[in-house]
Design a protein around this ligand. Structure first.
Ligand SMILES: [Zn+2]
Length: 399
């Protein structure tokens, strides 16, 4: 019974993957949609010597997942390009370094747009997107992951707003001056006083607030305090995988009830439960640290590093997250909050990607699975970008 049901589903998927309606393939349908991802860590790659975003690369040898040729192949029209800042010490020196880093990265993003005007356009408002897509340019919104570059001063958000920042993630993997992280012990029990002021300042500026990586208490307090709907730019389901980075069903419902959107992440360790493997982590740790210094690595050195990472992964094998696991999270969240409150933020170039979905060229596979699960084209269009633009537009409306 189960086998014939499974076979039936496989045949259906096969039919859907071949054609949708009027002889159009899934890939053709997908290419027609405005496809946006809310969390691209690609700005980190831009610092690499001799790395050219207009050229095609391969994840296997280059450890990158986003470039113009692969965006075109996967129908990715753009999204939010993140200023990511690893959390350093909460000292005057740490804040100064974070401040310098934030300004350097936002400059790098703007330089990318300026250097390739045919390929990219800076987007400042949700309404800018249709014209950019019509010109076949890629959409570059700018977001911040970890508010540490503000150096504990909410007023500095104004500088970033003027430079194009339109979404703000408060915190990353460790607590900062504004908020507690989902993956650290509580320090502020939610937002600090400066964090509360920052939420109000973001509302005032019309900057969309992002609660991915924030603790549950921060989530609750931001949702309560913010006058605009909020986003989780790259988060998955805690009901499926009990990871503190993921959102439970009750919080998902409250986010949606206030008009918010959750963008589902493809970060492998958030998607499946794994036995701890300290030896593997110990062997991989220095290699990932090396990759974080990619601004000093030549293409040949990156290829060598990729080979060494693969060798360690093979030496300490562990269960791999795959496309089915990602889709399980996506469909569950869709079931909980409905197609008006879900999108995709797959953490490309920031550790995202699973077997069967290893870079942005493979995005049509998600569309294929959504259609197979019974979602209509207009629902799929909302998931790929409509909801993200709506929540941004709402945040900007108060401005
Ligand atoms: Zn992240």
């Amino acid at each position: 019974m189960l086998t014939s049901f499974a076979r039936c589903c496989a045949v259906l998927l096969c039919l859907i993957s071949a054609f949708t309606h009027a002889g159009e393939t899934v890939t053709q349908l997908h290419q027609r949609l405005t496809v946006l991802d809310s969390h691209l860590d690609t700005p980190m790659q831009l610092a690499r010597p001799d790395w050219d975003i207009t050229q095609r690369h391969s994840f296997g040898t280059d450890l990158s997942q986003v470039d113009v040729p692969r965006m075109k192949e996967g129908g990715l029209d753009g999204g939010f390009w993140a200023i990511f800042t690893p959390q350093g010490p909460l000292t005057a020196e740490g804040r100064t370094l974070a401040s310098e880093h934030g300004l350097a990265v936002i400059t790098r993003i703007r330089d990318m747009v300026a250097a390739h005007p045919k390929d990219f356009a800076l987007a400042l408002r949700a309404e800018d997107v249709p014209a950019i897509v019509a010109r076949q340019q890629r959409v570059v919104f700018i977001s911040m992951e970890n508010a540490e570059p503000l150096a504990a001063d909410p007023q500095r958000l104004q500088t970033y707003y003027r430079l194009g920042l339109r979404m703000l993630g408060l915190v990353h993997a460790a607590n900062n001056d504004f908020a507690d992280s989902a993956t650290a012990l509580p320090q502020w029990h939610g937002l600090s006083p400066a964090g509360r002021a920052l939420v109000l300042e973001a509302n005032r500026q019309g900057i969309l607030l992002d609660v991915s990586h924030a603790s549950d208490q921060v989530f609750d307090q931001v949702l309560e305090l913010s006058s605009a709907p909020i986003i989780a730019s790259h988060s998955s389901s805690r009901a499926i995988t009990a990871h503190p980075r993921n959102l439970d069903d009750q919080r998902l419902r409250r986010l949606a009830a206030k008009g918010g959107v959750v963008q589902v992440n493809s970060f492998p360790s958030d998607l499946i439960n794994r036995e701890p493997n300290p030896e593997r982590d110990k062997a991989l740790g220095p290699l990932y640290r090396e990759f974080r210094l990619a601004a000093s690595l030549s293409p040949a050195e990156v290829a060598d590093l990729a080979a060494r990472i693969r060798e360690v992964e093979n030496r300490y094998p562990q269960p791999q997250a795959n496309l089915d696991d990602f889709i399980r999270h996506l469909l569950h969240i869709l079931q909980v909050v409905g197609a008006d409150h879900v999108g995709i933020g797959a953490d490309w170039d920031g550790g995202g990607g699973v077997q069967g979905l290893s870079d942005v060229s493979q995005l049509p596979r998600i569309t294929e699975r959504l259609l197979a699960a019974g979602y209509t084209e207009s629902e799929v269009a909302k998931i790929w970008g409509g909801n993200l633009l709506r929540v941004l537009s709402e945040a900007q409306r108060t401005h």
